[in-house]
Design a protein around this ligand. Structure first.
Ligand code: SAH
Length: 237
């Protein structure tokens, strides 16, 4: 009996604090899932489970970690932002990605959205135009053990031809038109989500389903505010 008592004390003093320290933000993350995701219209159980699993605080600077699970976007390097958790969850939910599907992300940023996608499927391709961010995100994803995410430093306007066609494409920067190469690289039945509209103020989160060939179904999801997509997209239209 006495020995059991000592074992219990030992566990409390050593193992339990280690577990807690491993994930000091578990409580904040859980609250975010309950309040900001389930409390709104995120009801896909896979998306909810993954948002409760991926440690968003590991994708931001130490100084931002305490705000990582708050209901707003967060600054990352080079003047860019990582979207509010609800928007990450919403974009993931509307894409209805199934395991095994091939997904392309434009705008790697911190790598957080790519990590969320890689928890659903094992083929994630992501393109980032800012070299520093691409390198940082690539290193972070590797450190966290994501072997199924390929990061490329390039202008995402042109997609990733060698790995096309994709089942789903997620654009996480605002554009005033949908880059035609992205539509082209989408499979029939594929889905693309993009913040579409003015790049300085607000945009409309838009879901495009490629029925077949040029036959597209366009749905407006909600109003959003993203950082602008830069590069080729700004030279056209
Ligand atoms: N999805 C990211 C946040 C995206 S912020 C995350 O989870 O952290 C938008 C990102 O798009 C920025 O990092 C910006 O540099 C990148 N970007 C802007 N224009 C781009 C382009 N043409 N091609 C690829 N990335 C672009």
């Amino acid at each position: 009996m006495k020995r059991l008592f000592y074992i219990v004390i030992f566990l409390h003093l050593t193992i339990l604090p280690v577990l807690a320290e491993d994930d000091p933000f578990a409580k904040a993350r859980n609250k975010m899932v309950e309040q900001d995701l389930k409390g709104r219209d995120i009801n896909d159980t896979t998306v909810l489970r993954i948002m409760g699993k991926v440690q968003r605080h590991l994708f931001v600077d130490k100084s931002q970690q305490k705000s990582a699970y708050n209901d707003h976007p967060l600054p990352i390097a080079e003047g860019q932002t990582i979207s509010q958790p609800y928007i990450v969850a919403l974009m993931t939910q509307v894409l209805k990605i199934k395991p095994g599907e091939k997904v392309l992300e434009i705008g790697t940023g911190s790598g957080y959205q790519a990590a969320v996608l890689a928890e659903i499927t094992d083929k994630v391709y992501t393109i980032e135009i800012r070299k520093g961010l691409a390198e940082q995100a690539s290193a972070k994803l590797k450190e966290l053990g994501y072997k199924n995410i390929m990061v490329k430093d390039a202008d995402g306007y042109f997609g990733w031809e060698e790995n096309a066609p994709f089942d789903a494409i997620i654009v996480t920067a605002a554009a005033n038109h949908i880059p035609p190469p992205l539509i082209k690289q989408l499979k029939d039945g594929g889905r693309l989500v993009i913040p579409l509209g003015s790049t300085t103020y607000y945009q409309t989160l838009t879901l495009v389903t490629k029925i077949k060939g040029d036959d597209l179904r366009v749905e407006h999801i909600t109003g959003v505010a993203f950082v602008p997509m830069v590069g080729e997209v700004q030279k056209r239209r």
